[in-house]
Write a protein that binds this ligand. Structure first.
Ligand SMILES: [Zn+2]
Length: 158
């Protein structure tokens, strides 16, 4: 998803996005005077900012209640917001399709870098998502479980 599309979602829901230097956080969602605001650290890389936007959107749709304001810091809600962000920025089917399309590249790191650039996320976020998606895929069919072990070992070796 392009960053403009992401920002459009905020606009559509009346959430004002503010890019500002933040010292202790990458972002936050807050309500003030009946309006929602999403703060994004202007010090972060564009990839990190995209992740923050998607993550805060997750908080908005999953956890925001009228009257609530401040930052979220409990781990259950953080995990849910991260899951939302991953689904939004790196849809499972698209990730698998790109992974297949890059099958001619044998070097794992190179492949990962291409994927991260394609999805506009950090290599770390891409790697976590890739493992998750590939695990889900294999989990669908137990006959693939041995393949999963092999690919897992291969990735670790590189
Ligand atoms: Zn959060």
């Amino acid at each position: 998803m392009k960053t403009e599309r992401l920002l459009e979602i905020f606009t559509r829901h009346g959430i004002e996005v503010i890019f500002t230097p933040l010292q202790y956080s990458s972002g936050g969602l807050l309500q003030h005077g009946g309006r929602w605001y999403c703060l994004v650290s202007s010090c972060d890389s564009p990839a990190r900012q995209r992740w923050t936007l998607a993550h805060e959107l997750g908080h908005y749709f999953l956890h925001a209640r009228p009257g609530l304001h401040g930052f979220f810091n409990d781990s259950a809600r953080e995990r849910e917001a991260n899951r939302f962000a991953a689904d939004l920025l790196m849809p499972a089917e698209t990730v698998l399709a790109y992974w297949e399309a890059l099958s001619n590249i044998s070097d794992y790191k190179t492949k990962l870098k291409c994927m991260a650039r394609q999805f506009g996320v950090s290599m770390q976020a891409m790697e976590i998502r890739l493992k998750e998606v590939k695990t889900d895929e294999f989990a669908l069919d137990s006959t693939f479980s041995s393949t999963l072990c092999l690919s897992g070992a291969g990735n670790r070796a590189k």
